[in-house]
Design a protein around this ligand. Structure first.
Ligand SMILES: Nc1nc2c(ncn2[C@@H]2O[C@H](COP(=O)(O)OP(=O)(O)OP(=O)(O)O)[C@@H](O)[C@H]2O)c(=O)[nH]1
Ligand SMILES: [Mg+2]
Length: 484
């Protein structure tokens, strides 16, 4: 009964036009992956959020962390050689780390801001489109049955766009699950949520559920992504440069801008109220439809965004801030009834995803290195303690009065040899751990992977699609947001 209900609910999310094909694909998949999320949404209260988190795989203790704890426990006894199955632990941790890593991409923004077009183009480019990168390649693959359906769904929307049809607006939150790969190795899982709702008013009834889902994602979002439509930035520029006279139109646009600013502030406030690390979590201002900004130059498009943020005091929050933009085509032409007539050449869509994944991997690389360092330091210390204890035992034998009188007795000689062997062994292990510590940084694969992603964004996208933004509105390198 429950599964039946899920299927029904999920179907409503797609417009009648898509329903036919999508329905067939969805029903079976609902039973598995999606069920957790949506039955959770039906359950109500705090449970709902917990379950949603469970389904999104957030908040779970990582396997390798549990192992590391076990490893430490073993060494606690004294007198025994510290137990360090170093090689085994090391490999396990690296592997577990890869698949437990998640990037939670929460895309917020006003209605018609371009969220669905962004999701569709991102997923198309990184799945069916063949991925990105030259030296190192990146792509997305299905992660579970529902994800396979998501790919077909986006392929369908994309095919529509190629033929001129824009995606139809949806009315529910949607969460898409994929796995991110680097050179065909899965390095990170992705949850992408397209949030369809107001950021400022907490409404009742059905919307309450959307809001709960949204909060769960906001709490675990890797970055805060806020979409600003290029036409709003263009309006801002036109008001500023005086090309819009003091007309009704200008007044209307001023209201739109004020509403957008209020939405952004609401997002920041909500984030602060539900997570302690809100201020340490970067905000990505993502300008969609950048073809609608009247400048040709990409750098100037970003300048327009920066000016908008600065004027509206959105850079003063102490958040780390990044900006980026994308477009369906520099010379895109739309008809009166929203059909693409010409110029369909999508650009920049993979950047927000690459930034989020790169940041997530970078953060987890940092965490891994700190934890590894602590583990190695603890192990090295325990070997030092062990060596000291063995030396004390040797000392005790040495200082026995008959040792001084007649030299080491025969039975003690064997004990001494044993002690010396143990000390030598321990020194060897300690040396290995020290060597491991010295090469830890270069063995940090996550750090390398995040560097590859940063390199892609900076080189392939030539720095024109994305940059960091300082509190006083200067462009700063994206590298400052990454662990290096
Ligand atoms: N010029 C231009 N228009 C775009 C671009 N991307 C989207 N649009 C227009 O913006 C409209 C809305 O895009 P969507 O992706 O559906 O926006 P959304 O945020 O998902 O909208 P809702 O789900 O209804 O809130 C499209 O129908 C297009 O008319 C772009 O790159 N350039
Ligand atoms: Mg949409």
């Amino acid at each position: 009964m429950r599964i039946g209900a899920e299927a029904g609910e999920r179907q409503n999310m797609y417009s009648a036009a898509e329903a036919g094909e999508r329905r067939e694909m969805s029903v079976a998949a609902e039973a598995g992956e999606w069920q957790n999320v949506y039955s959770a949404a039906n359950a109500g209260g705090g449970r709902k959020r917990q379950k949603l988190q469970g389904a999104a795989g957030i908040g779970r203790k990582r396997k390798w962390q549990r192992k590391a704890v076990k490893g430490r426990k073993k060494k606690e006894g004294t007198g025994h050689m510290p137990m360090m199955h170093r090689d085994m632990m090391h490999k396990d941790m690296q592997e577990d780390l890869m698949m437990d890593r998640r990037a939670n991409i929460l895309v917020t923004g006003g209605s018609s801001s371009g969220k669905t077009v962004a999701a569709c183009n991102t997923f198309f480019k990184m799945t069916i489109g063949g991925g990105v990168g030259t030296e190192v390649s990146f792509d997305l693959v299905a992660n579970g049955d529902a994800a396979g359906n998501d790919i077909s769904y986006f392929a369908e929307l994309y095919r529509g766009m190629v033929k001129g049809k824009m995606p139809v607006g949806n009315t529910e939150n949607d969460i898409y699950e994929m796995a991110f790969r680097r050179n065909s190795e899965r390095v990170c899982q992705i949850s992408w949520m397209d949030y369809r709702g107001s950021l400022r008013t907490r409404r009742r009834g059905e919307d309450e559920e959307k809001w709960e889902e949204f909060l769960a994602m906001l709490e675990h979002a890797t970055l805060f992504i806020y979409i600003i439509s290029g036409d709003l930035i263009n309006d801002y520029i036109s008001i500023k440069d005086g090309s819009l006279d003091d007309t009704m139109e200008k007044k209307e646009k001023e209201v739109d801008i004020a509403v957008e600013v209020a939405n952004i502030k609401a997002l920041m406030e909500t984030a602060k109220s539900i997570r302690e690390d809100a201020m340490d979590t970067p905000i990505l201002f993502y300008v969609t439809k950048s073809d609608l900004i009247k400048y040709d130059d990409d750098g100037r498009k970003i300048d327009g965004l920066i000016s908008f943020l600065k004027t509206n005091k959105l850079l003063e929050s102490n958040h780390k801030i990044m900006g980026c933009h994308s477009t369906l085509g520099r010379d895109l032409k739309l008809s009166g009834d929203n059909e693409i007539i010409a110029g369909f050449e999508p650009e920049g869509f993979e950047i927000p995803l690459m930034l989020t994944v790169g940041y997530a991997i970078s953060e987890s690389g940092k965490e891994w290195e700190q934890e590894e360092m602590a583990r190695l330091d603890a192990a090295i210390t325990s070997y030092e303690v062990y060596i000291m204890e063995k030396n004390q035992e040797k000392g005790r034998i040495d200082s026995q009065f008959w040792t001084k009188l007649i030299g080491i007795m025969k039975k003690d000689r064997a004990v001494m040899r044993e002690l010396e062997n143990e000390i030598e062994d321990a020194r060897k292990h300690k040396g290995e751990l020290e060597a491991e510590k010295a090469t830890l940084e270069q063995n940090n694969r996550l750090k390398q992977y995040s560097k590859d992603i940063l390199h892609y964004i900076e080189e392939e996208a030539k720095g024109e699609y994305a940059c960091g933004i300082s509190a006083d509105g200067e462009k700063i390198p994206l590298g400052e947001f990454f662990f290096n």
